[in-house]
Design a protein around this ligand. Sequence first.
Ligand SMILES: Cc1cc2nc3c(=O)[nH]c(=O)nc-3n(C[C@H](O)[C@H](O)[C@H](O)COP(=O)(O)OP(=O)(O)OC[C@H]3O[C@@H](n4cnc5c(N)ncnc54)[C@H](O)[C@@H]3O)c2cc1C
Length: 453
Amino acid sequence: MPPILIAGAGLAGSLLAAQLARAGYRIALHERRADMRRVPVAAGRSINLALAARGWEGLRRAHATNLVLHQALPMRGRAVHERSGAVHMQPYGIDADEVIWSVHRGQLNQTLIDVAADAGAELHFNSRLDGVDFEARRARLVDENDGSVRELKFEVLIGADGAGSAVRAAMEAEAPLGQHTDFLDHGYKELNIPPRGDGAPTLDPTALHIWPRGGHMLIALPNPDATFTATLFLPHAGAVSFSACADPAAGRALFARDFPDVLALIPDFDAQYAAHPVGVLGTLRCPRWHRGDRALLIGDAAHAIVPFHGQGMNCAFEDCVELLDLIEAARRAGGTDWQQVFARFEQARRPNAHAIAEMALENYVEMRDAVADPGYQLRRRLELELARRLPGHFLPRYSMVMFSSLPYAYARERGERQRALLLELTAGKSSLDEIDLDAAAASVAARLPPLNG
Ligand SMILES: Cc1cc2nc3c(=O)[nH]c(=O)nc-3n(C[C@H](O)[C@H](O)[C@H](O)COP(=O)(O)OP(=O)(O)OC[C@H]3O[C@@H](n4cnc5c(N)ncnc54)[C@H](O)[C@@H]3O)c2cc1C
């Protein structure tokens, strides 16, 4: 039997390869880049990532939890840096156990490739998928070292080859998908914040730091080596923008005005600012993710999103779990009908991918603007209080997305209803003391059904 061919040994492809190989499937994993465990390769996008509950579940299903736990740093909340220099901590969770985790993309990817190899997946690096004959179930693969081409027969093809997916391009070439990418008019640039002279971190390493400045923002996530990766999000064009701050002098002036505390922490600011590229961000909307019983897109190849909820990888890992479950259920039922598996996958995942794409866009406004707004802060305090008083009945939308496996679509819809109640309960109020919390909890309990699941 030919293998299940997975294109792309990025985060989703290597996790899925590990999960399926462990379940006994023959997997051939083809990655266009060199083996990152041996050859240093550019991290590409974002040096570190926020890992949350859905991501951990994907890792658990590949037996990779402990390996990743050793390289992950817990972040207990947002440290919001105001213009005045004041810093206040906004906890992420209802209790101290609810944290999100900062992981190094390259290190995580290497670990997942190791796990896939240990599980028995065949790994092929420098092997770029370049075309697909879906009828004949054949993939065309180019060796990136010498340009040679070979054709490989597959049982099914999984496109885990990221936002610029070649599998998606092959599907599009055969029959237009109606796909569309909405590029954000904001981009990003990463900067490294080194440790202090004595090796200690310069900021609180248990927080995700945000400097909200209205139309733009800076964030920083901790790394295990006591550095931080800071990411500047800025419009591409306009008065305060990457085009207005194209050179290091203009970048420095922006930091001196908006992020002076961070500027003081980056001694080689000019060199980094000049060397690090401006990345683009976008939301991919692709109306079809599978090609009959031959091919399926997962992760960013199917639904790339903007990074403001820290969920792209988490969502991709949830894809892997959903697909694994569907394949296993089909096998238990007596034989894998791939057409049915792919159609069910799409049916289950599409509304959720759409919901997280929208919530990620909404979260940008929240992060760069609302977190510093007193009205937002009051609503946030009230929702945490309600969640403590009404377990099983009230959960902040952020918690539903980051700390639960409730479907994203449910989190979004429920979040809308909760937001309307929070706005009503905080109208005209400036502190929690002014709100009758017993009455508020009773009103919420009466007006919302218990949480699903
Ligand atoms: C700035 C930024 C910050 C982010 N922060 C977070 C975060 O905090 N939390 C989070 O959950 N998500 C985050 N994300 C999103 C996350 O990076 C993606 O959702 C995730 O990488 C998707 O994984 P993937 O495996 O689908 O795609 P990718 O990680 O892009 O992997 C695709 C792989 O396919 C390979 N490939 C491409 N073309 C071919 C080909 N033709 N043949 C063979 N191989 C090929 C690539 O080399 C790559 O290895 C962030 C994204 C950005 C841009």
